[in-house]
Write a protein that binds this ligand. Structure first.
Ligand SMILES: NC(=O)c1ccc[n+]([C@@H]2O[C@H](COP(=O)([O-])OP(=O)(O)OC[C@H]3O[C@@H](n4cnc5c(N)ncnc54)[C@H](O)[C@@H]3O)[C@@H](O)[C@H]2O)c1
Length: 270
């Protein structure tokens, strides 16, 4: 649940891909921290609904982030309406990824959305930001470990963490910070689909990989994005912040002792 505070009062934030899922939750968390939020995405109806649910602190600007002119129009609209841009959250993503058999078109499209468009949006948004500006990129535990059936999405997320470091160095002289926030499994449309719409099922499966015993909730990620974007994080730049219920602290043994693994083997029916 989002708790109200004023740490982003007076700030203008853009959240890409905020028409659903974590983007919508992050937009709501930034608003709860006092920011004016621009919900950016492709679906007008869904985007306007997200902005309306947040209320007077939010508006929707229809933007396909793979189109440079659309990004320019989005930033011009924000400056026209608000006069300043302080925070960019690169959240939009594509999960189109078949792993090893993926086609060239899938590689180019998914990298274009997840990586290249985040880089270009960062380039254009930071050009109009002053000192105190912040960019927050959405990483993922998916970009930190090997996995079957996927290649493009994890590669894009690993690369996002790298450009977080590069852009942090490039923008530090202008007083602009760049951070990434990396969730593990978080309740969102994809987890909802896989669990048949049940948070209980999602939590039961997620309990195997997250020491805190469930999947995350969007506002738990959103509140950390709001912290990263605030002056409370003024001495942080270029780093990745794990928001994953402990997922990334586990090794391949999932934190289960060798004795327990052997006991489980011995207890297996022949
Ligand atoms: N859901 C999770 O469990 C999870 C875990 C780790 C990281 N993340 C990260 O969080 C972010 C959001 O994930 P999600 O699961 O909510 O995703 P989602 O698929 O529900 O939402 C992604 C949004 O991006 C938008 N988008 C895609 N292409 C676009 C384009 N060209 N222009 C504008 N918008 C575009 C989609 O329309 C959608 O609204 C992603 O960066 C993802 O990598 C999610």
């Amino acid at each position: 649940m989002n708790t109200q505070n004023a740490r982003l009062n007076g700030k203008l934030a853009i959240v890409t891909g905020a028409t659903q899922g974590l983007g919508a939750d992050i937009a709501a968390s930034l608003a709860a921290s006092g920011a004016q939020v621009v919900v950016v995405g492709r679906g007008r109806e869904a985007g306007e609904a997200v902005a309306a649910a947040i209320g007077a602190q939010a508006c929707f600007v229809e933007t396909d982030i793979t189109d440079d002119h659309a990004i320019d129009r989005c930033i011009a609209t924000v400056l026209d309406r608000h006069g300043h841009l302080d925070i960019l959250v690169n959240n939009a993503c594509s999960y189109d990824d078949q792993g090893l058999p993926s086609s060239r078109a899938q590689w180019l499209n998914t990298l274009n959305v997840n990586l290249v468009s985040a880089a270009i949006f960062t380039q254009k948004a930071t050009a109009v930001m002053g000192p105190g500006g912040v960019v927050v990129n959405l990483g993922s535990t998916g970009g930190k470990f090997g996995a079957d059936g996927r290649a493009i999405y994890p590669a894009s997320k690993a690369a996002l963490l790298q450009i977080t470091r590069n852009f942090a160095v490039a923008l530090a002289p202008r007083g602009i910070r760049v951070l990434s926030v990396s969730p593990a499994w978080t309740w969102s449309p994809s987890v909802e689909r896989m669990s048949g719409g049940s948070t209980e099922v999602a939590d039961a499966v997620g309990a195997h990989f997250h020491p805190l015993g469930r999947v995350g909730r969007g506002d738990e990620v959103g509140r950390v994005v709001a912290f990263a974007a605030s002056a409370e994080a003024s001495w942080m730049t270029g780093n990745d912040i794990a928001v994953d219920g402990g997922f990334s602290i586990l090794g391949p043994d999932q934190g289960i002792s060798p004795r327990t693994w052997f006991e489980r083997l011995a207890a297996r029916p022949d």
